[in-house]
Design a protein around this ligand. Sequence first.
Ligand SMILES: [Zn+2]
Length: 459
Amino acid sequence: MAPYLLIFFLFTNIASSLLSEEEPVAIVFRFQQYLNTTSSFLSEKETVAIISRFQQYLQIDTAHPNPNYSLSTAFILSLAQAIGLESETLEFVEGKPVVILKWPGKKTHLSSILLSSHTDIVPSENQKWVHPPLSAHIDHNGDIYARGSQDMKCVGLQYLEAIKRLKINGFEPVRTVYLSFVPDEEIGGKDGTGALVNSKNFEEMNVGVVLDEGVASPDENYRVSYGERSLWWLVIKAVGSPGHGSKLYDKSAMENLQKSLESVWSFRASQFDLVKSGLKKEWEVISVNPVFLKAGMPSPTGFVMNVQPSEAEAGFDIRVPPHADSTSLERRIEEEWAPASRNMTFQFKDKFPTVDKFGNPAFTATDASNSWWTLFEEAVKKAHGNLAEPEIFLGGSDARYFRERNLPVIAFSPISNTPILHHHHNEFLNKEEYLKGIKVYESIIKTFASFDEPIKEGE
Ligand SMILES: [Zn+2]
């Protein structure tokens, strides 16, 4: 904890000077050229301060494999203090801080709202970027280049900026608003959100709805997801008697594995055909992709060429939509892809359930049965944002930990008219788009935190 405190004090000074809206002349000068098109709801001064805070966060190196969580924690805590939010740093695993901020609501018996974001970023190939990925350089179009500008430091700070503005305007929440800044989402989230949702602290937070990250949208409609496909990492293994490379015989390890590969490949084709023919969207089918093949007896120059190996393995990245029949997929794996009758075994390197802890498909309702969804649609509209048709995300995120607990999660990043650059080179977000997103969150947070009607049993 000590290093966070130390750096916290350093940042407190920087942040308080920024939050008092008295920017150093140098910074004002630096941004002068970008101010002409600034959104009308903010003054020039506010814009400069807001963009500068975003740049500071982007410049903190929280890239794997050695994310500097001390620095990001200190930065978030300093902003929270300047805005006047309660804060707590939880460390379920040493060196992996989960920062929880709290804006208490007037009616504490009502369930709370959780605004979730991760502080870590994926590594970058620096030489392939037009501007260094930790520079947060702003080009002549107002595009801010940085790893994390889309995924998802933008969202984390937009939550805070929106709350700051709501507070300035005198808004008082009915429901308590929490923010979580978590580590390790990019490496599975087990020690971050995964640990948080299983903690006593989380129980006490009495969360009723979660907002988490989405992806950018190249057109004017914000993308939003109500579920995601579950990740299954499968390894199948074949064994067979070894033999001389010149001999023909049945049931070698390679033959056993080859039969499985044919079966996997034809299943993959059947799913892919549904997408190609337009009958299903990509997120509606089960995807299976081979990621490794392992066999053969190594030699100093490659592989021994006259021995048929006794073992052969293959690995697959499988993604299963929440609506899919996962029981029949499990049976397929057992009977066709790795049947004991062909000397095959299998194991999952990782496997997330497609159902929540009550056995229901793990997705969030996007109709009138879910008040949060209706409120969300209204709030985005009020902020002049358009929503695309809700979808299931192809990949995974921390949202699954909440959905496993049957909590509604709206996965959404207010990024429109922007190429999708999560994990790509030259990730950027335009300054105007970032500012517009703050307005959208202001509307969402205000709408959610004002919602006075009971949602959960006992409210
Ligand atoms: Zn992310």
